[in-house]
Design a protein around this ligand. Structure first.
Ligand code: VL7
Length: 134
């Protein structure tokens, strides 16, 4: 039985989001707003199908995928770059590789105690986010 990430999660820490956004080429004004946000994630997991909705007072982003099936990701409202993404299980971690213009782009989700962890990677930058159940 795989881990179940389903639930509503609130951001409690956000380490090096600035570095990650700079690596993505997000402009200064947008970064200033974005780093003040406390996004919420709603995750629905049904077998190998996932729905992840990240919401904030500024922008929302939603993603749907099946484990192991490559999909086109548009990153609309984020950096707007298209990439080919695929999410796989690595033990109990959910690992996404986002292939496109930016090297080493992707993210990893895992559970630690009652917390949801997310590592966001782009080029040489790593952002670490932690969420608690709402
Ligand atoms: C999504 C933000 C910075 C632009 C706005 C910030 C709005 C709320 O992709 C992500 O999560 C995965 C894993 O859970 C599922 O899609 C992270 C936030 C990345 C990148 C770009 C700043 C403007 C934040 C949507």
């Amino acid at each position: 039985m795989p881990v179940d990430f389903s639930g509503t999660w609130n951001l409690i820490s956000n380490d090096n989001f600035e570095g990650y956004m700079v690596a993505l080429g997000i402009d200064f004004a947008t970064r200033k707003i974005a780093k003040m946000l406390k996004p919420q994630k709603v995750i629905k997991q049904d077998g190998d199908s996932f729905y992840i909705h990240t919401t904030s007072t500024f922008r929302d982003y939603s993603l749907q995928f099946k484990i192991g099936e490559e999909f086109e990701e548009d990153n609309k409202g984020l950096d707007n770059r298209k990439c080919k993404s695929v999410v796989t299980w690595e033990n109990d971690k959910l690992v996404c590789v986002q292939t496109g213009e930016k090297k080493n782009r992707g993210w990893t989700h895992w559970l630690e105690g009652d917390d949801l962890h997310l590592e966001l990677r782009c080029e040489n930058q790593v952002c670490k986010q932690v969420f608690k159940r709402a």
